[in-house]
Design a protein around this ligand. Structure first.
Ligand code: SAM
Ligand code: SF4
Length: 332
């Protein structure tokens, strides 16, 4: 053990979100444009071998939890082989996944066998037509089949729903009602300006306060739950319901003070904040033949210049905001 990695604000860093691909089989309008997507060239993507090397290098720095995301992780060829190899890595205590659930159902028994700690499943609506409009694909039945399989196998499941003015407000209460029937955490996420094009609002119409007020109006008994350490969601429960409800203030950025995470994009860019433009490219170091110690030094140094919060990180951006990134390349 080299010693726990801390940032320049004294926050321990123990969680890596690794985006294994920027490709996706859905086209959620808040994440990607419908057409003309600039996918990263294949040779620019980190290989699985490179990803394993990077994670192995980070474990001695205190990273014990990873989340595999994307793009859609199950779209990348041989993703299950990568998952099997990751699950065997010494010192890596927790592997979590985020998936759109369209290609996931058949793998659920093996996810259970591999000890995957939890799965975040993205479902913005329970209405098939609206699902089609939001994701530009008619895939809700496959996603719900994945949800059933996850629950049947007893895998801890969180549902991620992005709240979009004029698109799925009528879905908030039916999704809250799901927590009566299913032991899931339904988390409503503030929409962020990462849709791979121009941001389509100047002020967020549905922030976390408004989302909770909307739920409380229908469920006056809504109770606040204690939030786990480093939680990005404010958590609530309706008494008697099996599951819980959360709100993630991803745009308002209220959770930065305890942020314990870093991100690596599919092309190997290290992001020390969701809102920064990338700090350095770890893939280039790996391909230049860096030793483990050199990689670890590079991470340690990068964390000494970390913005205090997402507002500062955004303010430091030098890129034209019109060229907004897609969440699929950031690794949401
Ligand atoms: N494809 C997988 C999925 O959809 O779950 C994993 C990648 S996706 C980028 C990860 C999460 O980011 C999803 O829950 C998605 O809803 C969320 N997301 C994408 N774009 C977003 C945006 N502009 N604002 C808020 N959340 C967003
Ligand atoms: Fe694909 Fe996930 Fe982005 Fe939707 S949110 S387009 S499923 S990467």
């Amino acid at each position: 053990m080299r010693g726990q990695l801390f940032d320049n604000h004294g926050r321990p860093i123990n969680y890596l979100r690794l985006a294994v691909t920027d490709r996706c089989n859905l086209r959620c309008f808040y994440c990607m444009p419908e057409e003309g997507i600039d996918y990263v060239a294949r040779e620019e993507l980190l290989s699985y071998e490179e990803m394993l090397r990077i994670v192995r290098t980070l474990v001695p720095l205190g990273i014990h939890k990873i989340r595999l995301t994307g793009g859609e992780p199950f779209l990348r060829r041989d993703f299950m082989d990568f998952l099997r190899a990751s699950s065997r890595m010494a010192g890596l205590e927790q592997i979590h996944l985020t998936t759109n659930g369209t290609l996931t159902e058949q793998h659920v028994p093996e996810l259970k066998a591999l000890g995957i700690r939890s799965v975040n499943l993205s479902i913005d609506t329970l209405d098939r037509q609206r699902f089609h409009e939001i994701t530009r694909r008619d895939s809700l039945p496959q996603v719900l089949a994945t949800l059933d399989a996850l629950i049947a196998h007893g895998i801890t499941t969180k549902i991620n729903a992005v709240v979009m003015d004029g698109r799925n407000i009528e879905d908030i209460l039916p999704m809250v009602a799901m927590t009566n029937d299913y032991p899931v955490s339904v988390r409503f996420i503030e929409e962020m300006p990462f849709n791979g094009g121009d941001a389509h609002y100047t002020k967020l119409p549905w922030d976390h306060h408004r989302i909770i007020a909307h739920i409380r109006a229908a469920y006056p008994t809504l109770e606040k739950l204690p939030d786990p350490p480093n939680s990005t969601s404010y958590n609530y429960q309706i008494p008697g319901h099996q599951g819980s409800v959360g709100v993630i203030a991803a745009y308002s950025r209220t959770f930065c003070g305890t942020c314990n995470r870093i991100r690596i994009t599919p092309q190997g860019l290290l992001k020390t904040c969701l809102y920064d433009q990338g700090v350095f490219n770890i893939r280039d170091l790996v391909r230049a033949g860096a030793t483990d110690a050199q990689l670890q030094d590079a991470f340690t140094t990068a964390l000494q210049h970390r913005a205090v919060d997402g507002w500062e990180a955004e303010g430091r951006q030098t890129k034209d905001p019109a060229g907004r990134e897609s969440m699929a390349t950031i690794g949401g």
